[in-house]
Design a protein around this ligand. Structure first.
Ligand code: DGL
Length: 261
């Protein structure tokens, strides 16, 4: 089973892409809605929660893990993959690879939660793969709550996005990485505000492609994944609001179940 770990329901944007690219594989999701948002928590706390939640997914039968949250990916993926014996896919590297393949001027902007941006992981990975690249990062802590409130088309949200993106626009980035799973929901407004010539990179598609490529090359792992197209969605705190938001993200009638707490 493919295990997918999110901080809340934002990780479902990655699930949607996994289901699109790999529909036959059984999948189990855990969104830690009881503790989210992770994006303003310390690295120690994010790591502790990520380890514990991975244990939950393993107990439910996950044999491959996608950390479908930029905050978890930037802080805890390495520790998780050292602690547990299963392949772990984080969302940062595929996003960076995609951004570098798009960018002509190597002027890359990154937006994300405060914890992700302060980790410096995007800058580190971009520079590792392309030392001459220039990276401009901006923490956008107000965007996750706006998305979760469904304020996607409100003028206030557009104004806040414009304010956050202004410094990156001034630097004339030619590629912008959406370094939070939530931002996919406001991608269109981000595109308008950063400018239509800027390439926008949403990490959900490249991470799903990465898993697909891995499964082609690793037949034993592939054989051990169930292929009945069964999906289960757990959350550590279950509310009506999350249920509605989850269905609208995955774009199918999914049922959230109460899991680990
Ligand atoms: N999904 C998280 C991320 O991608 C943002 C939400 C949170 O702060 O928990 O960074």
């Amino acid at each position: 089973m493919i295990g997918v770990l999110g901080s809340g329901i934002g990780g479902l944007t990655v699930v949607r892409e996994l289901i699109k690219q790999l529909p036959e594989y059984d999948l189990i999701y855990l969104g830690d809605t009881a503790r989210a948002p992770y994006g303003d928590k310390s690295p120690e706390t994010v790591t502790r929660w990520a380890l514990r939640n991975t244990g939950f997914l393993l107990n439910k039968g996950a044999t491959l893990l996608v950390t479908a949250c930029n905050t978890i990916s930037s802080i805890a993926s390495e520790t998780v993959s050292k602690r547990y014996d299963l392949p772990v896919f984080e969302v940062i590297t595929p996003g960076v690879e995609r951004a570098l393949s798009y960018s002509k001027k190597l002027m890359i902007g990154v937006i994300g939660t405060r914890t992700t941006i302060e980790s410096g992981i995007y800058e580190e990975k971009i520079k590792q793969m392309s030392p001459e690249a220039k990276v401009y990062s901006m923490a956008c802590p107000l965007l996750v709550p706006l998305v979760e409130e469904g304020w996607i088309k409100k003028p206030e949200t557009t104004m806040i996005i414009k304010k956050y993106l202004h410094p990156l626009k001034v630097k004339q980035v030619d590629t912008l990485i959406l370094g939070s799973t939530h931002y996919v929901r406001i991608k269109k407004i981000i595109q308008v505000k950063i400018g239509k010539r800027v390439n926008i990179v949403d990490t959900s598609e490249p991470v799903a492609a990465k898993v697909e490529g891995f499964l082609k090359d690793n037949k034993e792992t592939e054989r051990n994944l169930g292929k009945n197209g069964r999906y289960r969605f757990f959350v550590s705190d279950l509310t009506e609001r999350d249920q509605k938001l989850a269905a609208s993200i995955v774009k199918r009638n999914i049922l959230l179940e109460k899991g680990e707490n």
